[in-house]
Design a protein around this ligand. Structure first.
Ligand SMILES: *Cc1c(COP(=O)(O)O)cnc(C)c1O
Length: 417
């Protein structure tokens, strides 16, 4: 459920007509609904009522300060994968003791930054990383709290680019090697072993992969406890899918129940790292039709947003519904919705039945709140678009559209030219 609905024949975000925002802000822009963000966060968090847990929103799904601030105010923590995300999280007011740090390639300076900030824990993805964190913690006279990210080798049945918990994926440490890793970690002076972590993939639409991962984690925890290695936190990662088209992923309530049942007797604090399920359907991308053209084999609707603004269709073959901002009279057409970029991969929809869009019409690319703006680039020297948040009948530009000066910021022509 979200708050992008038609009233009469116009698409609204909460109580604001989207056309009005387009007139004020120009196109393209990302648009987020405050009520939807809040409801999704609380629905997810409340689903775990009754157990000790911390919901660490996965920053990489949407790192806008306003979005992070909203979750901070709701008591949320943050799952980060870079020093930059740590910086943003702290700026948005997320308490460091609610931040977990994942990712296979943490750099020395990023580790130092996180140690100095005093984050909740590092999710360790390799032995070498563990050793480096121990070294850095010693130099900074700290003890680094860590969880080992295990790779349970379960198939999340999602797009190969976003499956992370298979043996062949680069993430985590396989369950056999994990025991040794824990033993080594236990012997390191500046490491405090506190948890176990897994994240098996994204846009997962079935409950089974989560259950399989959890059962493998439970076995491991019992083994570790047998070795006197105490695990206080289970981090179940993120990955719960959403409806883009006709998927029917488990409801957060169902997802929560199966996890809570499984860890009932484990005496651990649960950490969750949801990203997409919180923000995905809370945001859209609004664009304008530049031209329509009839090719020999296909009809094209050419819009002012491209793969540099929303790369998911090009990168993952992802489906995003395309809706008219003002409902259109004509019969539906079948067309490709494409951007202005000089790549054949630059499309938002292919062979799609859509409204009879004409030059100047506004369209909404739905479910674009996760992995949307964050993955955008300046390719083709296109300006990064504005981001807007609506709350009730108000809207606010939470990120200004770039201008041409931003494009060359930091560039310099050498004196030898
Ligand atoms: C990307 C990521 C998440 C969030 O995944 P979603 O599918 O958006 O919920 C959580 N944890 C880690 C470690 C990630 O890399």
């Amino acid at each position: 459920m979200h708050h992008f609905n038609y009233r009469d024949n116009e698409l609204y975000c909460e109580d604001v007509p989207i056309k009005l925002i387009a007139e004020k802000v120009g196109t393209p822009f990302y648009l987020y609904s405050h009520a939807t963000l809040k409801r999704h966060f609380l629905t997810f968090d409340d689903a775990f009522d009754g157990i000790d847990r911390l919901v660490c929103f996965s920053a990489k799904a949407n790192t806008s300060l306003a979005v992070l601030k909203l979750f901070a105010d709701l008591g949320g923590g943050l799952d980060i994968v870079s020093g930059g995300e740590l910086y943003r999280g702290l700026k948005a007011g997320i308490p460091p003791e609610k931040i977990v740090y994942s990712g296979v390639g943490k750099r020395k300076d990023e580790i130092d930054y996180a140690l100095s900030a005093g984050i909740l824990m590092f999710n360790i993805e390799s032995l070498e990383e563990l050793e480096l964190i121990n070294d850095r913690a010693r130099l900074l006279k700290k003890k680094a709290p860590v969880a080992i990210r295990v790779n349970p080798d379960v198939d999340p049945k999602t797009h190969p680019y976003i499956s992370t918990g298979l043996e062949k994926n680069k993430f985590g440490i396989n369950t056999e090697a994990a025991i040794d890793c824990y033993k080594i970690a236990g012997g390191l002076k500046n490491i405090d072993v506190i948890g176990i972590d897994c994240h098996i993939g994204s846009q997962i639409t079935e409950a089974e992969p989560f259950k399989d991962a959890l059962s493998s984690i439970k076995t491991l925890i019992n083994e570790l406890r047998g070795l006197n290695i105490d695990i206080k936190y289970i981090d179940m990662g993120g990955g719960l899918g959403i409806t883009y088209d006709d998927e029917s992923p488990p409801h957060p309530g169902e997802y929560a129940r199966s996890i809570m049942q499984a860890i009932e007797d484990m005496h651990v604090k649960l950490i969750l790292e949801p990203g997409r399920v919180i923000v995905g359907n809370a945001g859209i991308l609004v664009a304008k039709v530049l031209y329509r053209k009839q090719g020999k084999a296909k009809e094209f609707v050419i819009v002012d947003a491209g793969m540099n603004d929303l790369v998911r269709p090009s990168l993952y073959d992802a489906f995003h519904a395309i809706m008219p901002v003002v409902e259109l009279e004509g019969e539906q057409i079948v067309a490709d919705v494409v951007g202005p970029i000089c790549e054949t991969g630059d499309f938002l929809a292919v062979d799609r039945r859509i409204a009879d869009f004409r030059q100047g019409d506004l369209l909404a690319v739905m479910s674009a709140g996760a992995y949307g703006f964050v993955m955008s680039s300046n390719y083709c020297s296109r300006l990064k678009v504005a981001e807007v948040m609506v709350r009730d009948d108000r809207f606010h530009v939470i990120r200004a559209r770039q201008n041409y000066e931003h494009l060359i910021e930091g560039e310099s022509i050498p004196p030898f030219l």
